[in-house]
Design a protein around this ligand. Sequence first.
Ligand code: ADP
Ligand code: MG
Length: 330
Amino acid sequence: MSHPLIELQNVTRQYTPEIPSGVKNVSVAVRKGGVTAIIGESGSGKSTLLKLIYGLLAPDEGDLLYEGAHIKGPHEKLIPGHDAMKMVSQDFSLNIYAKAYDNIAALLPNTDVPAKQQRTLEVMELLRIDHLRNKRAVDLSGGEQQRVAIARAVITRPEVILLDEPFSQVDAILKSQLRADIKSLSAQLGITIIMVTHDPADALSMADELWILKDGRLLESGAPKQLYYHPQNSYTARLLAGSNILNQKQAASVGIDTHSAEISIRPDQVVLGDDTSSENLFTVRQQLFKGFYYELLLENSMCRLRAISLNEITVGAPVSIIINGYTEYN
Ligand code: ADP
Ligand code: MG
């Protein structure tokens, strides 16, 4: 079997040794091609991990490999950053008074000017910003600047693009477009993409491989569907699916007899009924309109449950529930 494109071996990087910060003992591999998404709450170490992979930070312990070779840290290289990779950081690093076109074209040599022009326009079309070519970066919206920054990364045809929160400046409609565009960039150009996000919707829809980061540690990794349907940690269930986490006694109160310390139940696994003679009676405490469905907060004497319903329910009314599947944790 060929070795992975990128490999992290027990990588630790702590900013302040006294307080846990940064990342701790991360071992994981990236295969060539496709999208890897790193998801975690703010401060979980996502940007730190990306900087380590690119070579902007050196690990305190462990090693990082690219095609089996050590990735040089900032003190081992004149210009920090791996030559086969490009990183789009959260601040975009654009020349804000230059035109969008020049921001992108500047990365190509002047040896073949017609080719340079053609390549730049191609990449701008690919990212749907060709109509903005004569606007100065400073006059673009945050989302447009984000696309220019990604175009700058794409134009030199790196093997790997690292994206730190690529959707932070993009509103809902453009976001799904940019998601699709990044996905097809990876597929069309064969670029391996590693992206950081705190949004489960981004991670689930974009990633071929997903890493769950918590307090600097890699909790688990795998395909999005695997982690969504079969999480190994209740944290993963809560983060990706908004699952309800119940202890043994709470589980018993919804009719689940378990030896596990904790179980998780996704909102869509709570099925509502109108059997008021049922033992599983809950009260509807809150109902949020979400468009084509409602998000409900149900309560009994032992616990609260998040559930969904396609129909509007009366707040304060009793409902019976059936739990249609759950996951156990020890
Ligand atoms: P994320 O990108 O997931 O929000 P970061 O990787 O930026 O998280 O940061 C992880 C942790 O390390 C946070 O607790 C953060 O405060 C800390 N940290 C990040 N950069 C530095 C730094 N230069 N000096 C000290 N602590 C830092
Ligand atoms: Mg960050």
